[in-house]
Design a protein around this ligand. Structure first.
Ligand code: SF4
Ligand code: SF4
Length: 432
């Protein structure tokens, strides 16, 4: 694609990066067929190609974002299905990240939209605040229906609906500390404690720690770690996201100095995609660029790391698992086989639902901010999963677990919970 940026515009490193991305696009439109919002809405402006044109026009003309651009960029899930499909290697992720930053800097959203986003950014990344908010949600639940009928307040009604009825107790797995290997030691890793996940499903990291320590891996949960920054990054709040990234880089480099790390193990693929991108996010910060790249190189999804440990084959369990590959897993991190290979070797029959490339509609805060499109995608996803007639659903991202669980009665677990059980851990409570 031809671009027309001035030398002055290209002096801005963000514009220079976006210009390189734009020039790779050859307008072929292959990406439209696999874009969940285009498939759902049928509007070119809600396709990757349409959004690329909107971003190009906005950046080239040095314009502030307007309501039209914001509408179509907000509808993008950042699922990155388009990057998997694109034959020209267009790096849509970094282009839309830049567009979101530009929107945040140049566009004043309506009051209720600003308030909703401010509440999400001030709550979700902080486990204590998030836990308090979920407790408060019990009081607000009777008003969920009313809030959802008042358009500007709809996201608050959706949040109340999504809040779990019963909140699990805080787990030791979320506390800082070292979990020694209980077999001959063969590695040392840090585990990302996370923000929303340890509040909603502490059993995921508990299962990971049990499994890894049984396999001879020491697991450290370092003190001082914060949310990976993904949630605010996708809202265009770059300063907040970079601050989180810098803090985590310092914490993990501190752990490397203390005892060395073979990997930073992440159990939420949405967080994994962002941490693997810290090197890019902090590339313009001379104090952190190199350190962040080092951290990104160590970041591994838990299944990616487990695949290096040669887990023994287990007996057949007689259970069929529909494997839902989170977008951040398959498109963001390009991890497609490891989770399924591990589940099969653990004795499960694994099925791939149709349209596996399409997002479930969770996408960070998307299900709160864009409930209508999100609801349609959830219904489509659940229909495809249920068509495989599974006993269980497995996936590797807390957002997908929360989203899909509200649309089906079939138990949904994190892949590592099933692997822990199959390799000698306790049976997950939801299956008992
Ligand atoms: S990231 Fe997903 S929703 Fe956004 S343009 Fe690409 S395929 Fe469409
Ligand atoms: S598939 Fe790639 S090159 Fe083709 S229109 Fe989409 S982004 Fe551009």
């Amino acid at each position: 694609m031809q671009t027309n940026f001035t030398a002055e515009q290209l002096a801005d490193p963000h514009v220079a990066t976006s210009e390189k991305i734009l020039r790779k696009c050859v307008h072929c439109g292959f990406c439209t067929a696999t874009c969940p919002t285009y498939v759902t809405l049928g509007n070119e402006l809600d396709s990757p190609r349409g959004r690329i044109y909107l971003i190009k026009d906005m950046l080239e003309n040095g314009r502030a974002a307007d309501a039209e651009v914001v509408t179509h960029i907000d509808r993008c899930l950042s699922c990155l299905s388009c990057t998997t499909t694109c034959p020209s290697g267009v790096d849509y992720m970094h282009l839309v990240d830049h567009a979101r930053m530009h929107i945040e800097e140049t566009y004043k959203r309506p009051f209720w939209d600003r308030l909703t986003r401010a509440v999400l950014a001030a709550t979700l990344p902080y486990p204590n605040r998030f836990r308090l908010a979920l407790k408060a949600a019990k009081l607000g639940r009777p008003f969920a229906g009313l809030l959802k009928r008042l358009k500007p307040l709809e996201p608050f009604g959706v949040m109340l609906d999504l809040a779990p009825r019963v909140l699990p107790k805080a787990s030791d797995s979320a506390k800082p500390g070292t979990h020694p290997a209980v077999a001959p030691r063969r590695g040392r890793v840090a585990i990302l404690s996370g923000c929303a996940q340890p509040v909603l499903k502490p059993e995921i990291n508990a299962a990971t720690i049990r499994l890894l320590t049984r396999l001879g891996v020491e697991v450290v949960a370092p003190a001082g770690e914060v949310c990976c920054g993904s949630l605010v990054h996708h809202m265009g709040r770059e300063a907040q996201a970079l601050e989180a990234a810098r803090r985590n880089v310092d914490v993990w480099l501190g752990e490397i100095e203390k005892g060395g790390l073979d990997a930073i193990v992440i159990t939420a693929s949405g967080c994994g995609t962002t941490i693997k991108d810290y090197g890019f996010m902090l590339r313009l910060d001379p104090a952190y660029a190199e350190k962040a790249a080092r951290v990104s190189a160590l970041a591994k999804d838990v299944t990616e790391y487990l695949a290096t440990l040669d887990l023994p084959q287990q007996e057949a369990k007689g259970l069929t698992v529909a494997y839902h590959s989170a977008c951040s897993m398959q498109h963001g991190q390009k991890i497609t086989m490891a989770p399924k290979v591990l589940l099969k070797a653990a004795g499960f029959v694994v099925r791939d639902p149709a349209e596996g490339h399409l997002c479930c509609g969770s996408a960070g805060t998307y299900n709160i901010l864009q409930p209508e499109i999100s609801g349609k995608l959830k219904a489509r996803k659940v229909k495809n999963i249920e068509a495989t007639k599974p006993d269980l659903i497995a996936t590797g991202n807390i957002g997908c677990i929360t989203q899909i669980a509200t649309g089906t009665q079939i138990p949904i677990l994190h892949t590592v919970e099933l692997l822990d059980w199959a390799h000698g851990g306790p049976k997950p409570a939801v299956l008992s």
